[in-house]
Design a protein around this ligand. Structure first.
Ligand code: NDP
Ligand code: HEM
Length: 503
């Protein structure tokens, strides 16, 4: 078969792709060898900013199928019929590491799904944990600074991490999960995904419910211990990508069952806890899991760059029938992601192949970087709205969310009951984990804290003591076993948490 002719980006045939044009056989390169300049210039532009968080990631393409009827909760077209399906793009990630970070590091994993529905893209941008470290967006950039490199040493800083956490008792739930067995999944196929926030759904009658999203692995949970992960990273830093490619190539497609928890709109006022607090779960006993469908990831994207690196997920991508909630963190994320994409990818990032909806798109956004697609307003003269053209795109009031009653004085409200922050981590520690899991938790945490100063160590141990005395004692013991000299007993003088109201 004849080979394809190599061309310039302008389409003209190229005479050579390996020998520069020079003045004589040993002479300098001529400036008119534009293809060489072009080739070097392109190489210089092959990188864009990496994601400020979740920079290291792995993605697959697949399909979501509805298996149960939830039309009493939502009018979203995707869920209108059992058997409905749509294409999905997943991206899993670690949070703190840079693009070259090893896959098997202890960290929270991102769990992003883009559902290309007939009504536009619905993005579920979650984590492999049902809760988060903080519940106010003011704290997010500071939290991330503690996870990234120290400005002077350019090293990760356990002192900064535990200093911050010790001042935020609300984070102990998430830190417990992070330091538990689930902190290093073997690969994304062996972990759950959670929307974490409370979202909403509304049905054809305009009735709203609050919902939580859960994607439960059908492969079962599998995790590495610290020692196993260290050995593995010594052999390969890309274990997740290798596992996922191998799984797909051997026809072993990972699957998840999608469930929702549902809370009637009015229950939010009487639930006994704040259902919009991202540091809390909704107990399964009170809000059981309701099966919705199955996610199957079955293809490695042809090009990692165009489908995984260029993927732009955002909680602001929602479809009629699915909505936000008053969760303050969610409100901030609605802004933050699209802003990040405009910076990282460009103004019209949604036209890139990974992000382009599979449904019709009609909008009046005009010009700017990456505006290579034709006008999409339904009529060539309709580049503004309102206009006189019958075919031009107009808004459809029938897809509006039902009105939400909100009351209260505008103010800055600090969490009223700090004790509540210890209840759920206590249940996880004392009731969900067995003794083996608790022992590993103690040692994992001690390993992470090892280099911390005495004051940070003691402040953090005081937080653990309020979760459960055995938790504090177990971590203190593990610190001693590891030879950490800072581990002295907690006394009544141990400082209170900076953000906790005085008792
Ligand atoms: P349940 O006994 O009904 O649920 C316990 C949950 O804990 C299960 O979903 C299980 O996940 C999960 N789990 C087990 N080990 C870990 C771990 N190391 N890290 C994170 N999750 C783990 O009890 P409740 O609903 O009353 O919740 C009790 C506690 O369980 C909560 O305070 C919370 O800490 C934790 N939890 C609760 C979740 C919820 O949505 N209610 C979700 C996840 C955790 P799986 O079934 O996949 O094995
Ligand atoms: C990525 C901000 C909380 C999950 C990102 C990015 C930003 C960001 C700016 C990079 C986006 C990009 O460049 O593509 C924030 C802010 C938060 C917050 C401001 C709080 C106020 C959360 C929470 C979750 C989460 C609570 C999970 C429940 C993710 C995931 C990604 C991500 C999964 C990677 C998306 C991908 O795969 O491309 N976040 N985040 N974030 N965040 Fe958050």
């Amino acid at each position: 078969m004849a080979k394809t002719t190599l061309t310039t980006s302008g389409g003209a045939p190229v005479p050579s792709n390996n020998t520069s044009e020079t003045a004589g056989p040993r002479g300098p390169v001529l400036m008119q060898d534009y293809q060489l300049l072009e080739k070097l210039a392109h190489q210089n532009r092959e990188r864009i900013p990496e994601r400020t968080v979740h920079a290291k990631g792995w993605g697959l393409q697949g399909k979501f199928t509805v298996t149960k009827d939830i039309t009493k909760y939502t009018c979203a077209k995707l869920f209108s019929k059992v058997g409905n399906s749509c294409e999905v793009l997943s991206r899993w990630s670690t949070v703190a590491g840079e693009q070259g970070a090893a896959d098997a590091e202890r960290d929270v994993r991102g769990f992003s799904l883009k559902f290309y529905t007939e009504d536009g893209n619905w993005d579920m941008v979650g984590n492999n944990t049902p809760v988060f470290f903080v519940r106010d967006a003011y704290k997010f950039p500071d939290f991330i600074h503690t996870q990234k490199r120290h400005p002077k040493t350019n090293l990760r800083s356990p002192e900064a991490m535990f200093d911050f956490w010790a001042a935020q008792p609300e984070c102990v739930h998430q830190v417990t999960i992070l330091m538990s067995d689930r902190g290093i999944p073997v690969n994304p196929a062996h972990m759950n995904g959670y929307g974490s926030h409370t979202y909403s759904m509304w049905n054809a009658q305009g009735e709203r419910v609050w919902v939580k999203f859960h994607f439960k692995t059908q492969q079962g949970h599998k995790h590495y211990t610290n020692a196993e992960a260290e050995t593995l990273i010594g052999k390969t830093r890309e274990s997740y990508q290798e596992d996922l490619v191998n799984m797909i190539e051997t026809g072993n497609h990972p699957k998840w069952t999608f469930y929702i928890q549902v809370m009637p709109e009015k229950d939010a006022e009487t639930a006994g806890f704040n259902p919009f607090d991202l540091t809390k779960v909704w107990p399964h006993g009170d809000y059981p899991l309701i099966e919705v469908g199955e996610l199957e990831m079955n293809q490695v994207p042809e090009n990692y760059w165009s489908h995984v690196e260029n993927a732009a997920y955002s909680p602001s991508n929602k479809v009629p029938g699915i909505g936000y909630s008053p969760d303050k963190m969610l409100q901030a994320r609605v802004f933050s992601y699209a802003d990040a994409h405009r910076y990282r990818l460009g103004t019209h990032y949604e036209a890139l192949p990974a992000n382009a909806p599979k449904s019709d798109v009609h909008h009046y956004h005009k010009d700017g970087s990456m505006r290579f697609f034709p006008p999409q307003t339904g009529h060539v003269d309709a580049y503004y709205e309102p206009n006189q053209y019958a075919e031009a795109a107009v808004a459809d009031p029938s897809v509006a969310e039902p009105p939400l009653a909100i009351s209260g004085d505008a103010d800055r409200y600090v969490q009223e009951d700090a004790d509540a922050d210890y209840v759920q981590p206590r249940a996880l520690y004392a009731e969900v984990m067995d003794q083996g899991e608790r022992d590993r938790l103690h040692h994992n945490m001690a390993a992470a804290m090892g280099p911390c100063s005495e004051s940070v160590t003691e402040r953090w141990l005081a937080v653990l003591k309020r979760v459960h005395p055995d938790y504090e004692a177990g971590v203190r013991r593990a610190l001693k076993e590891a030879g950490d000299v800072n581990a002295v007993p907690v006394t009544d003088e141990t400082p209170q948490h900076a953000n906790e109201p005085a008792k």
